[in-house]
Design a protein around this ligand. Structure first.
Ligand SMILES: [Zn+2]
Length: 310
């Protein structure tokens, strides 16, 4: 075929990113804009800015979208972070303007495939990726291929009597181990009067605390911050143990801002998982950090064009 390029788009709640890759996976051009009120319009602007001058050179456009997707029809079923996209058929909307093959995949799934293409999963046949951020997403690579399943690992319950999750379940993993959970638990502890250097952050307004502030406080030895991160790590470890028992992967790859807190949050998770998972399975798994970071979704979405026939 005469195609020289593939396009990847990452549709997130905060930013939309697009990139043109050559067939060796090298970035030719790249662009980013805030998602704003009209994500489709932003998407078209970005596509226009990165697209190859000769449209016939582009093999296709791969879209990584936050939320549940119908990958066979290219529809975003439900996107809690970008409600404007609920029910939108991206394949047909984009198809009106671009005569290229269009693939739509969930963002965490695309990120997992990106790590397979050129990241931490490159030489690993079977792994599970967890994206640790505002929520927790998952993606599964099995026998070198991205499994076309939901992999909504953040909504796996780790506590039968736990809090209500907006998804309808109770005690979901992301209610315990996401950045949102870590911030919420820190604020709750501070409201109770717990002493912490976090009180001095943001001019004393602890409602503005970010996950990074909590990690930095923990690094300085702050007991409240350390405790919150350890509790979140335990939750993550319970989730990881479940994944190991079900999938027996060779690796669990972790990504997202929270992995900056590796030596407290992730180390606690690893310890918890080692206690809970079947020993024979745990012994064969490595828990590692992603190497592509924010680019994983873009890389994965674009390369799915070459991997999928539909
Ligand atoms: Zn849930």
């Amino acid at each position: 075929m005469a195609n020289k390029y593939i396009v990847g788009v990452d549709l997130g709640g905060t930013n939309i990113r697009a990139a043109l890759f050559d067939l060796d996976g090298k970035v030719v051009s790249k662009s980013k804009a805030s998602t704003g009120k009209d994500p489709l319009q932003v998407l078209f602007k970005l596509l226009e800015s990165v697209y190859a001058p000769n449209a016939a050179d582009v093999a296709g456009i791969g879209i990584a979208a936050a939320g549940l997707v119908d990958r066979s029809n290219g529809i975003v079923i439900k996107s809690p972070n970008i409600p404007k996209l609920d029910g939108v058929n991206l394949k047909s909307e984009i198809g009106k303007h671009y005569k290229a093959r269009i693939v739509v995949e969930n963002d965490a799934n695309a990120a997992a495939y990106g790590e397979k293409i050129s990241g931490a999963g490159k030489n690993i046949r079977n792994f599970v990726m967890l994206t640790l951020g505002t929520g927790i997403g998952g993606g599964i690579v099995f026998h070198d291929k991205l499994l076309p399943v939901a992999a909504e690992i953040g909504h796996m319950s780790i506590n039968a009597g736990g809090r209500q999750c907006p998804c309808g379940n109770v005690g979901c993993l992301e209610l315990y181990a996401s950045a949102t959970a870590i911030i919420g638990n820190t604020v709750a502890e501070l409201e109770k009067g717990g002493s912490s250097i976090l009180r001095d952050f943001n001019n004393g307004n602890f409602y503005k605390i970010k996950a990074k502030d909590i990690y930095n406080a923990a690094l300085e030895g702050d007991p409240l911050a350390r405790n919150v991160l350890r509790e979140a790590g335990k939750g993550l470890g319970i989730g990881i143990a479940g994944i190991i028992n079900i999938m027996s992967p060779e690796a669990i790859i972790l990504t997202g801002g929270l992995i900056g807190a590796w030596n407290i949050y992730v180390e606690t998770a690893i310890k918890e998982a080692s206690r809970r998972a079947l020993k024979e399975l745990y012994d064969n798994v490595q828990i590692i950090a992603s190497t592509l970071g924010d680019d994983a979704g873009l890389v994965g979405a674009a390369h799915l064009i070459l991997d999928r026939n539909s």
